[in-house]
Design a protein around this ligand. Structure first.
Ligand code: MLT
Length: 320
């Protein structure tokens, strides 16, 4: 039997080659498709290799009765309806390791940009000014970084923060104590993290517990002058509450790479606000990371279709 793979997004050509060179697979790689085009091209497809550009919805699944697997080149599978995929018997897999360093480095860049107002200094020069007074910054050295979520990315940031002579504290109830120690990081509860951190960086998944966790109540527990960084998922933040925290001066600044809805609407309370740095979900966008995650995703599909090997499964209930 020949299996058909659809790649409805732009991915590195090496990933396409892996699938094309595998005996027993045929591949269609039309580049980035709209949702309508995806639905129209889903019949007869056995596996899809996706990025974040398309959504695997019940409508797509209904249009793809032969679909067996979806591999996400990247970590987040929030663009896949996991329950619907499970109901349709579709295995969803991701590539959790491939963009860790890119995301950690970008997060660090956001933290430095916040500390030193680098984007604002650049904008001021581009506006023809030579303003050395309004961009006074702070050092990272000696400051406390609070990481909410201490998985791969949190750990990579901790390693870098220690090199910058920061004190690192983190909250993650799912990580064993010895892992914190390995990264010279103190494990703390959330209230302690809020009370002690000068910089807070978010690295948690979206769950019922974490959705909107950065809200007025949480901000009230934070240190005056705290700076907040989010390169994880937009829904961790209550946008209106953080905007209020910034306008009141309680929060000195925020750097955001992710938004609850992407792209964010024109009236988003944090986009364009003074003391907020906004970037368009760029943390994993390096040539290095995109090659690695695309290759890993292609290998996941190849091994699943041809060898029955299911790795990095995000909806394990489907295998029961
Ligand atoms: C991920 O989930 O892998 C990152 O947010 C990057 C992306 O969505 O492409």
């Amino acid at each position: 039997m020949t299996f058909h793979v659809l790649i409805p997004d732009d991915v590195d050509p090496k990933a396409i080659d892996i699938l094309k060179n595998a005996e027993g697979l045929t591949v269609t790689a039309p580049g980035k498709l709209s949702q309508e085009q995806l639905v129209a091209q889903s019949a007869g497809v056995h596996a899809m290799l996706i990025r974040s550009g398309v959504k695997i919805t019940p409508e797509v699944l209904a249009a793809a009765p032969d679909l067996k697997a979806v591999a996400r080149a990247g970590v987040g599978v929030d663009n896949v309806d996991l329950n619907a995929a499970t109901e349709h018997g579709v295995v969803v897999m991701n590539t959790p390791g491939g963009n860790t360093i890119s995301t950690a480095e970008f997060t660090f860049g956001l933290m430095l940009s916040l500390a030193r107002q680098i984007p604002a200094g650049d904008a001021s020069m581009k506006a023809g000014k030579w303003d050395r007074k309004n961009f006074m910054g702070v050092e990272l050295r000696g400051k406390t970084l609070g990481l909410i979520g201490f998985g791969r990315i949190g750990q990579a940031i901790a390693k870098r923060a220690v090199a910058f002579e920061m004190t690192v504290i983190a909250h993650d109830p799912y990580v064993p104590a010895d892992v914190f120690a390995q990264f010279h990081t103190e494990s703390v509860d959330l209230d302690t993290l809020y009370a002690r951190a000068n910089f807070i960086s978010l690295h948690a998944l979206i769950t019922d517990e974490t959705r909107g966790m950065i809200n007025t109540a949480a901000i009230a527990k934070m240190k005056d002058g705290v700076r907040i960084i989010n390169a994880a998922r937009g829904a961790l933040i209550n946008d209106a509450d953080l905007a209020e925290g910034i306008k009141s001066g309680k929060v000195t600044g925020a750097a955001l790479d992710v938004y609850d809805v992407e792209p964010p609407p024109a009236d988003h309370p944090l986009v364009g606000l003074a003391n907020v740095i906004d970037t368009p979900h760029l943390a994993a966008s390096t040539s290095d990371a995109q090659v690695v995650v695309a290759i890993e995703a292609a290998e996941l599909i190849r091994d699943f279709l041809l060898k029955g090997a299911a790795q990095n499964v995000c909806n394990p209930a489907v295998l029961k």
